[in-house]
Design a protein around this ligand. Structure first.
Ligand code: C5P
Length: 233
């Protein structure tokens, strides 16, 4: 398989079909724009399985995703897309950079769900941007595409808040990425995993996501395995 791209968490390989690629989830763990890095054997498989379950559920809800099917423990066959270099972050509860930036106490429920855009650019440290910034950087062609990203972000949130609540988890916030398929449709790509979400246990308040690694708070493999087991029911 010819490697087309390797990022911090994934490898993308070519297939015989020009409209499809293989996405492999790596075991690597990075935080703070790669400043902190480690490896956790089996994490790729956990995140691949978690993303497959969530993307299949979202697909059924009418949210288009790049997922075609999972092909082995760590790999998915996906539609080839051109990734829109915007990280769409949706927040229900204050935490992380929102708490730091605005001085909001971690855990404070926000009066309404907020959506933020970050420019996906390692050299610039993924800065927070607004619609005007996205337009002058040509990150999308039309402003309506930014509205679409917000609309999908909120729709995904509505679904996932309930989805995780049913398995005893609070969805604090998450990041999603979108791409354009060969016909120019905007579809959900990348992953939805405990690496890209903040998930707190409803009963104990315990963190069950990448903050465990970011701040050395506990074993991520145990937490991610617990999430996968709950998702499987
Ligand atoms: O760090 P911050 O509070 O802005 O992160 C918001 C959410 O987006 C968190 O769930 C975090 O895991 C996710 N995120 C991500 N990748 C990034 C930045 C944030 O998955 N590069």
């Amino acid at each position: 398989m010819k490697l087309l791209y390797e990022g911090k968490a994934k490898k993308i390989y070519e297939t015989d079909n020009p409209n499809e690629v293989i996405c492999e989830f790596k075991d690597s763990l990075t935080a703070f724009n790669g400043e902190k890095a480690d490896k956790e054997e089996g994490k790729g498989a956990l995140n691949c399985a978690i993303t497959t379950i969530i993307f299949e559920a979202l697909q059924k809800e009418g949210i288009p995703t790049h997922l075609i099917k999972q092909i082995d423990e760590t790999k998915q066959l996906v539609k080839k897309v051109e990734i829109i270099p915007i990280e769409v972050v949706v927040r229900n509860i204050a935490a992380g950079s929102l708490s730091r930036r605005l001085g909001l106490k971690e855990g404070k429920k926000l009066p309404f769900t907020i959506v933020e855009f970050y420019y996906k650019n390692d050299d610039l440290n993924d800065p927070l941007i607004n619609d005007d910034h996205a337009m002058i950087l040509n990150l999308v062609e039309k402003r309506e595409e930014l509205d679409k990203l917000r609309e999908y972000g909120l729709k995904i949130n509505d679904f996932l808040v309930k989805f995780f609540d049913k398995i005893g988890l609070i969805l604090v916030d998450f990041k999603v990425e979108f791409g354009k398929d060969k016909d120019g449709n905007i579809i959900l790509a990348d992953e939805i995993t405990p690496d890209s979400c903040r998930l707190w246990d409803k009963k104990t308040g315990k963190k069950m996501d990448k903050d465990l690694f970011r701040f050395d708070l506990g074993d991520i493999k145990e937490a991610y395995t617990e999430i996968l087991n709950r998702l499987k029911g």
